[in-house]
Design a protein. Structure first.
Length: 331
């Protein structure tokens, strides 16, 4: 009697190896209550067979695992290889080589979005306002302070603290020296835009633009954070101290329409796919300025407080929309 072949995997959930551990049977178990585990539970409510695949530094092991499962689609939650975030594009490239459909942005879009200088140049070409990039020269004493100095290839506010904002030559020199000592890679310097931090989530490939979310600092003071630092995003006690929270942005209808139109154009210009988050600053004069694009934003249901980044979509529906958008893509 012919042996039945195993049922094809509906979704392979590809995750960073550091996000869980292997069981005695060899299965990979995501850390309890981490985003990978939450995504897994949600996907299993909507699809019959969902399997977790860790991306191993032994790439051939991952390749064999994926080939054995032969998934209809890969839900790509990877962010790095051995802690190197710049390798997310290499993972997407490997999935392309294997001719596997996968969720999220491809290699070219990941590389472009990660490079803040090139991304801003591409967005500026659309006619969208971007902060002026400032070249730091030894004898240049006429810089347009205040300035932001941050990693050119950073991600998720990596390397951005309160000291990233400099108001004079002395602070700038100290910040440059600190960046060099930290070995954080190339830095970029740009004009700081006073205003409100806005986050725009996009889903699908048309795409659908979701209601903008705003960061609010509820407590005033000289030491109050004036922009989204790494600590503010990742330290709940620090957020509580300054009563920092996220809410739907209160914007006029004209600003909402203009922001949505610009967001769609940026999404396509940067080669983003399936879902993304765009960060803006809204200046007191009503102009909005593009800050950066995140092609793989946090999919934790409580990211930006209770699904804030993707306001207006229930969690299971959000994930299903991402998966089905990737399924329908031609490439």
């Amino acid at each position: 009697m012919k042996k039945k072949s195993p049922r094809r995997c509906d979704i392979a959930l590809l995750v960073d190896e550091e996000t869980g551990e292997y069981s005695n049977s060899g299965r990979f178990i995501p850390e309890d209550d981490d985003v990978e585990e939450k995504v897994l539970r949600a996907l299993r409510r909507g699809y019959r067979r969902v399997e977790v695949v860790p991306f191993s530094r032994k790439v051939d092991v991952t390749v064999q695992w994926l080939r054995r499962l032969n998934p209809r689609i890969v839900m790509n939650l990877t962010e790095w290889v051995d802690g190197d975030r710049s390798q997310d594009a290499a993972i997407a490239g490997l999935l392309d080589i294997l001719r596997l459909r996968y969720t999220g942005t491809g290699p070219a879009g990941l590389r472009l979005a990660r490079d803040k200088v090139r991304a801003k140049q591409a967005v500026a070409a659309l006619g969208v306002d971007v902060p002026a990039i400032v070249e730091i020269k030894r004898k240049n004493n006429n810089l347009p302070y205040p300035l932001m100095l941050k990693p050119r290839y950073g991600d998720g506010s990596d390397g951005i603290s309160g000291r990233a904002l400099v108001s004079n030559r002395r602070e700038l020199r100290a910040r440059v020296a600190g960046q060099r000592r930290g070995g954080g890679g190339p830095a970029m310097c740009e004009k700081f835009i006073e205003g409100r931090d806005l986050y725009v989530g996009l889903v699908g490939n048309e795409p659908r633009v979701l209601p903008p979310v705003e960061l609010v600092i509820g407590r005033a003071g000289r030491a109050a954070p004036g922009f989204a630092t790494y600590r503010l995003k990742n330290d709940p006690r620090y957020r509580a101290k300054w009563r920092a929270h996220y809410r739907r942005a209160r914007l006029g209808a004209g600003t909402l329409r203009a922001l949505a139109a610009a967001s769609r154009r940026i999404f396509h210009a940067l080669g983003l796919r399936d879902y993304a988050r765009l960060d803006f600053r809204l200046a007191p004069d009503g102009r909005f300025w593009f800050i950066e694009a995140n092609p793989n934003p946090d999919l934790d249901p409580h990211a930006l407080n209770r699904n804030g980044c993707f306001a207006g979509l229930a969690y299971d529906r959000l994930l299903r929309t991402i998966v089905e958008s990737a399924r329908r893509r031609d490439a």
